[in-house]
Design a protein around this ligand. Structure first.
Ligand SMILES: [Mg+2]
Length: 410
């Protein structure tokens, strides 16, 4: 059965995420370069915003050079934690719509929508639904370009052909013509050295590549020769590496509006966060054997540790008890807790072992019942008595969307 493959690619990813997180940066020429604490003026541009690109700022350009051509350029240090959170949301949306998802890079995925979409019209509708969900999950500043085609090679060429915010559909009958219109450098698989070697042969376009006999290409490029001959016609037998299996870890982190200085505050927020992690864990029918906890202090120093558990777990209270046991001996409340991150890993798709104790069995029935309630009535349908004063203020846009915006009412 012919496949329908979709390639989804964020536009100016890191820069868009920064603009989403900080409204003051929107509409401005910004570049993400280096990392916090490093000398950003001696690093290179990782991503330029669309405004900066319009001024000639390019990826891999030295920041001093970028500043020279665009003096008002605002340089922002990279924040990997922020980007990986958005990537996680991006993948969650993709998994919702596809049987097979292959993450190609931080901001790009291939998804197989053959069975879900049925045909190319269905695939276009699906693309619009994905775009809508991404807007809700990652914010409206973060846009994606989408390409739909019979294979990965052409899907990527398609998404690359219209930026930003493009949607390009290449039906099987249009593949030959579409591919002919694309520059060789845009083909994923034709690197700088291949492009140079081809140019020496007088091949500078798809049309000229098509004129070279396959045997000659194989002589010159060995195994890549046959691929080049096929690629010039948009043919590829590329396989989608499905990473639809269980995620490697599930986590949640939150920067508090005010630094926390007391044990009850930390414990209460930790439990609320662990409940969220546990909810996602159970939603994917997983149990975890490793708990990691991370704190960042008001002075920006940080600390973290992890532990392996003998019995896999999936309930918020147990995760929180383990996290607190890890955290409490090293916690320095005088420094003020600015951020807490909690993550569970070593995930398995198995049921937690049934406990021999009646109390535990009763608890797991309660947790199951609460999951049913939460599925039906939403996130805030139940609270633990101990976290009842911890209010969650849900935001409707921006990358803070499901972060716990807490207002501790006393
Ligand atoms: Mg991109």
């Amino acid at each position: 059965m012919p496949r329908i493959i979709m390639h989804i690619d964020f536009n100016s990813y890191f820069a868009s995420v920064e603009q989403q997180a900080n409204p003051h940066l929107r509409g401005k020429a910004i570049a993400v370069a280096g990392k916090a604490g490093g000398d950003i003026h001696r690093s290179v541009v990782t991503t330029a915003s669309r405004e900066a690109k319009a001024r000639g700022v390019k990826t891999a350009m030295a920041t001093w050079e970028a500043k020279k051509i665009c003096p008002e350029l605002i340089i922002i240090p990279g924040d990997p934690q922020k980007y990986s959170e958005i990537t996680e949301r991006f993948l969650t949306v993709c998994h919702k719509y596809a049987d097979a998802v292959e993450q190609f890079s931080t901001d790009e995925v291939f998804i197989d929508v053959t069975s879900g979409a049925g045909n190319y019209f269905g695939a276009s509708i699906l693309a619009l639904m994905i775009r809508r969900d991404l807007k809700a999950a990652c914010g409206s500043v973060c846009t994606v370009s989408i390409g739909i085609a019979p294979n990965k090679l052409v899907a990527k060429l398609a998404s690359e052909s219209v930026k930003p915010n493009g949607l390009t559909v290449v039906r099987p009958a249009d593949v030959e013509d579409f591919v002919k219109s694309r520059p060789l450098a845009d083909f994923c698989g034709i690197g700088r050295s291949t492009e140079k070697k081809l140019a020496e042969l007088g091949v500078t376009s798809v049309a000229t590549l098509r004129q070279l006999p396959r045997t000659q290409l194989i002589n010159l490029f060995k195994s890549q020769g046959s691929w080049l001959a096929d690629a010039s016609h948009g043919l590829a037998t590329d396989v989608l590496e499905n990473d639809n299996e269980a995620p490697k870890s599930i986590g949640h982190s939150y920067t508090f509006p005010h630094d926390l200085h007391t044990i009850p505050e930390v414990k209460k927020n930790l439990l609320a966060m662990c409940d969220r992690v546990a909810w996602r864990l159970r939603g994917q029918h997983l149990v975890a054997s490793r708990v990691s906890v991370y704190v960042r202090y008001g002075d920006f120093g940080s600390d973290g540790c992890a532990k392996l558990l003998h019995i896999p777990i999936n309930d918020g209270l147990t995760i929180s008890q383990n996290a607190w046991a890890l955290l409490s001996p090293r916690l320095n409340l005088h420094r003020g807790v600015r951020l807490i991150g909690i993550s569970v890993s070593d995930l398995k798709a198995t049921k937690p072992p049934t406990s021999l104790f009646r109390k535990d069995r009763r608890m797991s029935r309660v947790v199951h019942a609460l999951d049913v309630v939460q599925t039906k009535f939403g996130q805030n349908s139940w609270h633990r008595a101990s976290t009842v004063s911890t209010k969650f203020l849900e935001r409707t846009s921006g990358w803070h969307y499901d972060h716990l915006a807490m207002a501790n009412k006393t």
